[in-house]
Design a protein. Sequence first.
Length: 249
Amino acid sequence: MISRLIKALPVLIVCVALFVPNAWAGNKKMMAIMAAKNDAMRGLTEQVYGLKVRSSEEVKNMTADSYVGKTDSKTSATLSGIKITDVVYDSQKDIAKATATMTASEIVNIEGANVALNGKVFKHVGFGTSSPSSAGPLKALRAAQIDAYKQLAQQIAGFTLESQTSVENYMLKSDLIQTKVQASLALSEIVDFGWDNSGDAYVKMVLRVDEVAAMLGEAVVGAGEVIEVEGQGAIQDDFKKAKAATKKP
């Protein structure tokens, strides 16, 4: 009886291992991949359907420690035909990567205009993580994307600049520079992105004016141009820390 029990024990252990989750099972990988897929689809939506960008910057008294810059973006669209490929998960960093691909013939963009895309293929790479501790580089990359969009908006739509300066007895008493931009963008393309050794991110983005004009079916200012910008995003706010340190008595 005992010998039979001993022989059956390995089989029992295998069955338990198959049907009971072990210490290494879990959903971190699934959640990170889910986040990466959503990021990829969001980026594809911004590229194809477009997004609205609103930005303002302010500098007082010629010094960077007074700088305040804020950029907001928004997009919305009903999507279909998006395929997710090249899904990769790095278990050491708890970061997932996914590529969203879409072939489009005609769409209605964020401004409600019909755009003939003539079967063009669009791609966007997205990232995600399951833990806030791993999100720093991904947040920096998103900030760099938004900075690139802001720069494109400034070049394409232009921006408003206001300045006020006061001088008394040959001495500068106050100085203020403010810039504002608000625009809708679509059909821009990320051609390169990455991180430097400190973790700060960069995104190189281009907008081919002739291609946009052909898709819109109308003339666009700047025919023949390829507008290229490089956005930047920081992994930590050491500028705020430096400002706080200078204010201490």
